[in-house]
Design a protein around this ligand. Structure first.
Ligand SMILES: Nc1nc2c(ncn2[C@@H]2O[C@H](COP(=O)(O)OP(=O)(O)OP(=O)(O)O)[C@@H](O)[C@H]2O)c(=O)[nH]1
Ligand SMILES: [Mg+2]
Length: 257
């Protein structure tokens, strides 16, 4: 059983088509779990209508009404997931549903983690388009080079957010942080804990509908950017702790069934 978690905030223009595309792309038995932060644009309502239509068996909806946040929504999805492999991705069609089966087959082959990557051969960053911040795209590429240098050079896409993970990994690691920096933290600790991983290339597409939450304007972009860089320092501390023999697993991680 596979659980696909879709964290959403104002994705009304994408969510129905995305759910249907994922349902058609994934041939394994699966559930699709939309975790919506009570989006004012009606993302939850559209998802509920799709559930009621019966078109997508295994579609579930969790609407969160307090404590909004991307990382918290993904973690909530992991808590609710019934699958042995958990997948999550952005809900703006930047990540092609057709890549999900490739990620899943790698976890089935034995890898703990399969990451959709823009920075391995065959993958690429999205092109700059209307409503997309050119500076955000450039900063994301530069940031990933910096992260490779300061963390683990063998891993390439520390801000991917497109992933299939064996659920048991979350008995050791809890997601931490506010926004996309949780991915840096999670991957680096997984690498330190010697979980096996592989990166699968994907071509990042432009957001199909709606607006970006990472970089709606330069102020938000910088605010988020500071947190991403801050994680590098935190990770160096974790590396040092690991070298000194301290535990790097989380006592409050999931009790995996
Ligand atoms: N539940 C929940 N989901 C969120 C929140 N913020 C963003 N998301 C979702 O997280 C995913 C990534 O958001 P995007 O706006 O596409 O961010 P991004 O891809 O990093 O930025 P762009 O490249 O500019 O699109 C999307 O599925 C959003 O709907 C939030 O506060 N709560
Ligand atoms: Mg996006």
């Amino acid at each position: 059983m596979i659980s696909v978690i879709l964290p959403t905030y104002n994705e009304a223009g994408n969510i129905v088509d995305l759910i249907v595309a994922i349902h058609e792309a994934v041939s394994h038995p699966h559930e699709i779990l939309v975790v919506d932060d009570n989006s004012p644009d009606g993302t939850s309502r559209l998802t509920q209508q799709l559930i009621d239509s019966g078109r997508v068996p295994g579609l579930r909806l969790e609407t969160r009404t307090t404590d909004r946040g991307l990382r918290k929504s993904i973690w909530r999805g992991i808590e609710l997931a019934k699958g042995d492999i958990v997948v999550w991705m952005d809900c703006d069609f930047s990540m092609p549903p057709a890549v999900i089966p490739q990620l899943l087959s790698k976890v089935e082959e034995g890898y703990d983690i399969a990451v959709g990557s823009r920075f391995v051969r065959g993958g690429s960053q999205k092109e700059h388009g209307e409503g997309e911040s050119q500076i955000a795209i450039l900063l994301s590429s530069v940031l990933n080079v910096i992260l490779r240098v300061f963390l683990h050079f063998g891993f390439h896409d520390y801000t991917s957010g497109f992933i299939a993970v064996r659920r048991s990994v979350f008995s050791q690691i809890r997601l931490k942080g506010d926004y996309g920096e949780y991915f840096i933290d999670m991957m680096f600790r997984a690498i330190l804990l010697k979980h096996s991983y592989i990166e699968i290339p994907y071509v990042c597409e432009k957001r199909r509908a709606g607006v970006s939450k990472t970089a709606p304007n330069i102020r938000v972009l910088l605010k988020r950017g500071v947190k991403y860089v801050w994680v590098i320092g935190v990770m160096q501390g974790i590396r040092l702790r690991a070298l000194c023999g301290f535990r790097i697993t989380d006592p409050d991680a999931l009790r995996v069934r």
